[in-house]
Design a protein around this ligand. Sequence first.
Ligand code: FES
Length: 566
Amino acid sequence: MTKERGLKRNLTNYGDKEFATYLRKSFARSMGISKEMLDKPIVGIAMTPSGFNSCHRGMPELVDAVSRGILAAGALPRPFPTISLGEVFLSPTSMVYRNLMAMDTEEMVRAQPMDAVVMIGGCDKTVPAQLMGAASADIPTIQLVTGPMSTGRHRGERLGACTDCRRFWGKYRANEIDTAEITEIEGKLSTTSGTCGVMGTASTMACIAETLGMSLPDTAAIPSVHSERLVAAEASGHAIVQLIDNQILPSEIITEKSVENAFRVLMAISGSTNAIVHLTAVAGRLGIKISDERLNEISDETPVLVNLKPVGEGYMEDFYAAGGLRAVLHEIKHLLHLDTINVLGQTLGEILEEPMDWVDRTYIKSLDDPVSNVGGLISVKGNIAPDGAIFKRAAATPELFEVEGRAVVFENLEDLANRIDDPDLDVEANDILVLKNAGPVAAGMPEAGYLPIPKKLAQQGVKDMVRLSDARMSGTAFGTILLHISPEAGIGGPLAAVENGDRIQFSVSKKRIELLVDDKTIEMRLKNKEPLKMPERGYRALYSKTVLQAPDGCDFDFLRHTSADS
Ligand code: FES
C-alpha cells in the first residue's frame, strides 16, 4: 500500500504514476467533483444496501449523515458498495458468505484510494465481515451499525424479530394458534428498518464492536429509526477525518485486552453464541487467540446483567432507553482492562470516568442483583467434542443441566427435515436429539442447531430437550442446545460415530459431553464412514477446502494472521 494521500493512494499500475494520477483525476471530475475537493483527503464509506437485506433499509440516510460529517471535517466522502448479507435471504446460510464479504471489504479498502473508512453494517454476518476486513486492511476505520428494529404489536402484545418469530412458530406447531393468526403475526414481527430487535447476533456484534473500541461510544444500541442514529452517523464521519492525521489503526484497537473485554461483555449481555465464532475470527486476523479455558474463566467470573430476549424479557429499544452498553460496562468495570483505546483515542477507563445518572434496572441489572451469577455462554468438551462445543446456559432449561439420555440421531439436514415430524419417530421427551453433518465443511454451518421439538412431543406440551450438533443457532433462539461441536462430523469428528440408541451424558457443572461408547467402537465406526463429497468449482470449492473449524472462527486458513503480517 502507498503512503500517498487522497486520490494518489493506491494508483492504477500503468507504469507511469503521473499519468495514472492525471487519468484518475479526469475520471473523478466526470463525477462532478471540483478540482479543490479532489485535493482533499478521502474517506471511503463501505455501504451495504441491498434489495435482499431488510435490516439495512436505512442505509441511504446513514450514508448521507456519515458523508455530512466527513465533509464538515474537511475531507471528501466516497461511498462504495460491498456485498451485503441479509440473514434470511441467503442459501444455504449467510455464514458461507461472511468470509467472502470480509475479503470483498478488505480488498476494496486496500485497492481504492481512501485514507480512512467508515464501514456501515448491521445484519448478523455483516459487522463481523467488516471487522475482519478492517483488521486485515488495517487503515483507520470506524464501524457504524444500522441499529436495532423497534417492536411491533399483536393483540396488545409487543413483538420483536426474531425470538417472537420462533415463539409463535412453536405455538403454531403445537396447534395453539391457527394459520390465520400466524399469517397475521408474520406482518407484525419485523416492521421497521434495522436489525433484529432482541439481543441476537446483530445486537451482540454491535456491542462487541463498541467494546473493542471500533465504534463511537454509546452508539451500539441506538434504534435504527431514532434521530440519534443519524447523529451517530454524522459523528462517525466527523471522527474518522481526525484519524487521518492522528492515526489509530484497527491493529492498535483490537488487542488481546480489548478482545477479552469483548468476551466479558458477551457474557454480561448474554449475547449470541455466534458472536464467539465471529469474535474469534476477528481476533484471529491479528494473531490473537483466547483459549477455551480462558473463555470459561471469563464466563464464570462475569454475571449476566441484561434482561433481554431471548434470555429475558426486554427488547433492544428497552436496552437503549435503560442506559445501553455504557450501563453494562459500568457494572463490570472492575473486570475490564481499562487501558484499551477506542477510535477516538480514549481509554475505556476515561470513557467510564463519569458515573451513570440513571439506569433502568428492569433491563440492566446491578452487580448485586444480576440475572444470573455466571456468564451466558460456556465451552464444553468431551469425547464427542474433543476440540470443544458451545453451550448457552443462560437460554437453557436448568432441569436439563445434568442428564443422561438416549441418542436420537439425524444423519444430516435432509434427514432431519424428513423425519422430525414423522408420527412414527421413536422419540421421547428425555431423549437427546443429535444432528450430524451440519458443520462448516459439510453444510456451511447453518443455524440448524435449534432442532425443532418433534411435532408429536410439541403437541404433548414438551417445550425443551437436549439437542446437539456441529451447526450454529440463531442468536435469537433459546433452548438446551449444544452447538459448534468440533471437529465436525463431516471431516471425521467423533460426532459422526453417534448412533441411535447410544447413551449420552451431559453435565453443565463439569462442562462435559460424553458419548457412553468405548473408544475402540467409536474408532471402528468412524473408519467405516464414507468421506464427504466436496464441491468442485467456484467459491464453494474454495470454501470447503479452506474453511477452518469453529474454534478458529471458521475463517479461511489463508486469511488468518501470518508471521509476515507482524
Ligand atoms: Fe438481519 Fe436478524 S435478520 S439482524
